[in-house]
Each structure stands twice: as C-alpha cells, then as structure tokens.
Write a protein that binds this ligand. Structure first.
Ligand code: TRP
Length: 335
C-alpha cells in the first residue's frame, strides 16, 4: 500500500515497433488502472540487452515508449513513468535475488527456452536470469498487482516463489504480488496468422498494425487480413480471423461482440475489414498527434524523466536498504 492505494507495477520493452496489440491489450488498460492504483510503469531497457541491440536505436525507442505512455493518457504527475536503467536498485536487487533462485527453476522457463532457440548464437547469462530481474522490478515497489500478458504468467509465478522464499528466511520483507490479466482486448492476434498473438517482432509487416502506421497503411493491412471461406460474420472459435477483427473493433469502440455481430449481420467480409480499418485509424490518429506534440516538447519530457526516476528511486531504495540489512550487509553510515 502507498498513500492508501494498492501498488501496481508493469513494464514494457522498447524493442521493436509497438503494435495495436500492445496498445489495446496493455496500454489502454494501464490508463484505466492508473485511477485505481498507485502505478509504476517502467521502460525495461535492462531487459532489452539480453538480446543484442543497436545503441542509438535502443536509446531512441526507449524515449519513444515513454512518450507513448503519456500520449496514451497516463498522467506522469500521478503515475511513475521511468527507465529501469535510471534506478540502480533494480540491478542491485536482481543480484541479491540471483542468490535466492535455483538454476533448475530458471531452466524450466518456457520463454528462456524459446528465446535461446531463437538466439542460439547468444545464449547469455542475462537471458537466463531475465525473470530474476523482473522479480526485482516488481518486488522493489512492494507491488500488489502486476498486469501482464499470459506469456508472462510463469515469470510472475517465479517472482512469487522467490519472494516467499526470502520472506520465509528473513520475515515479511516483500509483498507477494498477484497477476492481473485484463479482460478486454487482452489478446489481439496476428492479421496474417490469427492463431498467433500480434507481435512487434513478427517478420511479416502485414501481420501487425504499428501504432505509427498511417491511415492508408492501416486500411491496406486490414484489407489483406486473413479470414476464412465461411462467408458469414460470426463470433466463434472456428473463425479466428473474423473473431480477431471483431475483437479489435470491440476494443476500439467499447461494443460487445454480440453488438458487433448484429451490426455486420448479412454483410460481407470486405465491409467488416473496411469498418475495422477505419475505426482503428480513427483511434490511432489522436494518439499519433499527441506523440508528435510531446516529442517536440523536449524540456517537458526531460523533466518527467528526471522527476519520475527520482520518485521511483526513493521507493526502490527503501526496499533495497531493508533487504541489504536483512541479509547482513553493513549498514550505511549516516550524516
Ligand atoms: N518481461 C515483460 C515482457 O516482456 C516486461 C517486464 C519486465 C515486466 N519487468 C516487468 C512486466 C515487471 C511486468 C512486471 O512483457
């Protein structure tokens, strides 16, 4: 608890171009949750270097992501928006937690297995310990809830195990966090392979709508979206392409799938694709202009970066000092 509110922590990587899936599935929910919780929304740049990055691109994208958080409607006066690398407590706590995590536990992580298969030439220790850094992120702020995609649930489970293990030895140091998987739009699928999640790392640019795509590109991609040969607009598992289009439409308009199906009853797939494309373009346009406006205001963004990193460090260091004391590191000399 912080100022009578529960604490929420979440993070996003700034690698790749963010997609409509990131916006509708995560960011849009983050905006809503910001009213109810004391929120820490982190740009997890330290996680990004588990895969080789181009320095200039990494730096540019980290700033773009932070700007996008604000453009999406998160108020940086209320929620804490910051870079992981600006708060050294993350790396320090991660080191300590490494010593309370077993090789066998990390070996079981499915994301590690997937990523090491994908980057066979660079299976580094950081990639292996990725979930421990994530545990440090979450535990530093005594977080109560953590909104994540279903692909991150295993990492949250291990975070809870590590926290519990530490608490069993040293007393109640960490709050045990709960996962929060949003209901609406939690899973936006690829436009080309609707059985797969829309991903910023997809190699086929037609599979994803990028948040900075212009209207023509958006509409063209929806026109090319894979559907089926049923020739019927219905919301059912057997028609994953159509279902995904309806999900996207509903997430943008706050309509229910029932309402959407009714609206398109008897109409062709072409109509549906066009309507979804127009709707998505209408939703993204104001977001894009806000990004442009904010990007031009260097002084303001810089002040957000500075102030929020200080705020995050204040809370993070409180937990870190407690942990360091508990495990027997010498206390700092004051004054
Ligand atoms: N691993 C998360 C992802 O790829 C990002 C992340 C890092 C995160 N630290 C976190 C998410 C802490 C929630 C809480 O999606």
């Amino acid at each position: 608890m912080l100022d009578g509110k529960k604490v929420l922590f979440s993070g996003m990587q700034s690698t790749g171009n963010l997609t409509l899936g990131n916006y509708l599935g995560a960011l849009k929910n983050w905006v809503k949750l910001a009213d109810e919780y004391e929120c820490f929304y982190c740009v997890v740049d330290e996680h990004s270097i588990t895969v080789r990055q181009d320095p200039a691109t990494l730096r540019k994208r980290a700033r773009a992501l932070l700007i996008l958080y604000i453009a999406a409607g998160i108020d940086p006066e209320k929620s804490c928006l910051y870079y992981q690398s600006h708060v050294s407590a993350h790396a320090e706590l991660a080191w300590i937690l490494n010593c309370f995590t077993y090789m066998g536990e990390m070996n079981r992580m499915t994301q590690f297995k997937d990523k090491s298969a994908k980057h066979a030439d660079n299976i580094n220790v950081g990639l292996f310990a990725y979930p421990v850094l994530m545990a440090a992120d979450i535990l530093l702020y005594q977080s109560d809830i953590v909104p994540v995609g279903s692909d991150q649930l295993q990492h949250l489970e291990i975070t809870r195990d590590i926290a519990q293990r530490f608490n069993n030895i040293y007393g109640d140091v960490f709050t045990i966090p709960e996962p929060y998987v949003g209901k609406v739009g939690a899973r936006i699928m690829s436009l080309q392979e609707p059985s797969k999640k829309m991903s910023k790392s997809d190699e086929n640019p037609n599979a994803s709508i990028y948040l900075m795509d212009d209207r023509d590109t958006i509409i063209r991609k929806f026109k090319r979206a894979v559907t089926d040969s049923e020739a019927m607009i219905a919301y059912r598992e057997e028609q994953p392409g159509i279902r995904n289009l309806i999900d996207i439409y509903c997430a943008c308009t706050n309509k229910t799938s029932g309402e959407a199906v009714k609206e398109f009853e008897g109409r062709g797939y072409g109509d549906l694709k066009m309507a979804v494309g127009e709707t998505v373009a209408d939703v993204l346009l104001p977001l894009q202009s806000r990004v442009a406006e904010l990007s031009a205001d260097k002084a303001y963004i810089d002040s957000v970066i500075k102030n929020n990193a200080e705020k995050a460090a204040y809370y993070a260091n409180k937990t870190l000092r407690k942990v360091q004391h508990k495990i027997g590191f010498p206390d700092r000399v004051r004054g």
